[in-house]
Write a protein that binds this ligand. Structure first.
Ligand SMILES: [Zn+2]
Ligand SMILES: [Zn+2]
Length: 185
């Protein structure tokens, strides 16, 4: 490590040190920085691979990614509640779902709208088709919800197209929110 300026010295690619290369093409000052450089390159490759993968995704795949993020956000938001559609309390040991009031297949405009997605037990979501009657009862008594919001949900258009740009942005913003919420107790 050199702290003075030597005419043959050059800056290390990893740390702020200057060093005098001992070999052709030496880019780092020390074995420690060499290791760090390999690690940084691996991270950069990973980021690039992920970027390419995202660029190749179909719109439907990006929408599915967005739904998955929002479903988990809804489950965390409702973590202290029981099932929206039935009597199952928050201590239910089974699998919790982020259940759509209007199913995403029949209503793409609300597929990742948080008002439309609520925590529900597997029984209701999988085996009772969302248990619509119970879902309405649940929304009627849920704080902040009620007849007006149900009517609003019922009135949203069946289909809506989302652009890639919208979905990328949505994924990034909501993904960040989800990572923060995962730390909630
Ligand atoms: Zn260095
Ligand atoms: Zn249920």
């Amino acid at each position: 490590m050199l702290t003075y300026k030597n005419p043959k010295s050059k800056p290390c690619e990893v740390c702020p040190n200057l060093f005098v290369p001992e070999r052709m093409g030496q880019k780092v000052c020390s074995p420690v920085c060499a290791l760090k450089r390999v690690r940084l390159q691996k991270v950069a490759e990973k980021v690039e691979t992920k970027r390419r993968k995202e660029a190749l995704k179909r719109i439907s795949e990006l929408e599915a990614d967005c739904r998955k993020i929002v479903q988990e956000i809804a489950r965390i938001r409702d973590r202290k509640d029981g099932c929206i559609s039935c009597h199952m309390g928050p201590n239910y040991e089974g699998v919790w779902h982020g259940s759509h009031y209007r199913a995403h297949g029949g209503c793409s405009s609300l597929q990742f709208h948080l008002w439309n997605i609520h925590k529900a037990c597997e029984q209701c979501n999988y085996f009772k088709g969302g248990n619509r009657e119970g879902f309405i009862q649940g929304l009627l008594v849920k704080p902040g919800y009620g007849p007006d919001r149900i009517e609003w949900l019922d009135n949203q258009p069946k289909s809506q197209k989302f652009s890639r740009e919208y979905l990328y942005r949505f994924k990034a913003v909501m993904g960040k929110r989800l990572r923060r919420m995962r730390k909630w107790k």
